[in-house]
Write a protein that binds this ligand. Structure first.
Ligand SMILES: *[C@@H]1O[C@H](CO)[C@@H](O)[C@H](O)[C@H]1NC(C)=O
Ligand SMILES: *[C@@H]1O[C@H](CO)[C@@H](O)[C@H](O)[C@H]1NC(C)=O
Length: 290
């Protein structure tokens, strides 16, 4: 009987729950001396940047795999010199990291969406994109799907990049170090916009980016144990018991959409930068095309 009860408990705790995020519950504003704010009873968060400082927040939970969505509305107008970073990262010198970074621009010129994947401390896997919409006029959803087989970056549910698990050819894959979710808005005008030629216009400060609708279908690690269960106090309303993301892959239609994005909106790909890798392209790049 007891064994049966524990089995039930195990099943219950492995159900993955989608829950509408509350910024008060899920995040801490970690720096910026009041420049980061949680508004509307936890439904919205804003970060701002002025000449003195930027600001940032991080998740309370640590995740080991998950499908994590957030809606962002980026700094409007002249956002030159600003960088809005939104990423998962573990700690330490051999850390893993999955990055979205939005590099601002002068009014009317496009943002650059920069992506990267670090595994065991090694990054250098940059891919950059233009967006097919103005990311400053509305909220758009930026998602990271991270499961044991692949990492998929998506924008409004359109996949833009996939990093597969290539451990079979000796490439480390992030799969054992729990990561927190971070975001920050900061001044990078020494390099971010048009190679650093365009500086931030501080007369337009403060610069503000907004966040809402955080959603994590994820395995949360606490006290050394991972449980793919609800991290939500108000989960019952939205209990969806959906763990398909743990095995999710791109179907043919999604692959076709990703190809469309990469063909039309990718502006940099480390995998085609032969000049940068005179000894030969990284192994995952050649594996990808074969
Ligand atoms: C800003 O606009 C210029 C001109 O369109 C473009 O070359 C550049 O890639 C854009 N983005 C950044 C981050 O500089
Ligand atoms: C997906 O594409 C592969 C080959 O490109 C094909 O064999 C397969 O039948 C397709 N699957 C579906 C569901 O269309």
């Amino acid at each position: 009987m007891k064994a049966f009860f524990y089995t039930l408990l195990l099943i219950a705790s492995s159900i993955v729950v989608a829950s509408a995020g509350n910024f008060h519950r899920d995040f801490d504003i970690t720096w910026g001396d009041g420049r980061g704010k949680i508004l509307n009873s936890g439904r919205q968060l804003t970060l701002s940047l002025d000449k003195t400082s930027g600001s940032g927040f991080q998740s309370r939970n640590e995740y080991l795999f998950g499908k994590i969505d957030m809606q962002l509305k980026l700094v409007p107008g002249n956002s030159a010199g600003t960088v809005t970073a939104y990423y998962l990262s573990s700690q330490g010198p051999t850390h893993d990291e999955i990055d979205f970074e939005f590099l601002g621009n002068v009014s009317g010129q496009p943002y650059t969406l920069h992506t990267n994947v670090f595994s065991h401390g090694k990054g250098g896997r940059e891919q950059q994109f233009r967006l097919w919409f103005d990311p400053t006029t509305d909220f758009h959803t930026y998602s990271i799907l991270w499961n044991p087989k692949r990492i998929i970056f998506s924008v409004d549910a359109t996949p833009i990049r996939e990093f597969k698990n290539w451990e079979s050819i000796g490439i480390p894959f992030p799969k054992s170090q729990p990561m927190k979710l971070y975001s920050s808005l900061w001044n990078a005008d020494d390099w971010a916009t048009q190679g650093g030629r365009v500086k931030a216009d501080w007369s337009k400060a403060p610069f503000t980016a907004s966040y809402r609708n955080f959603n994590a279908n994820a395995c949360v690690v606490a006290k050394g144990k991972s449980s793919c269960s609800s991290n939500s106090a108000s989960a019952s309303a939205s209990r969806t018991a959906n763990s398909a993301w743990l095995r999710q892959e791109l179907d043919n239609a999604s692959q076709a959409r990703m190809k469309w994005v990469q063909k039309n909106f990718m502006i940099y790909n480390y995998c085609t930068d032969a000049k940068r890798f005179p000894q030969g392209l990284p192994k995952e790049c050649t594996a990808m095309t074969s």
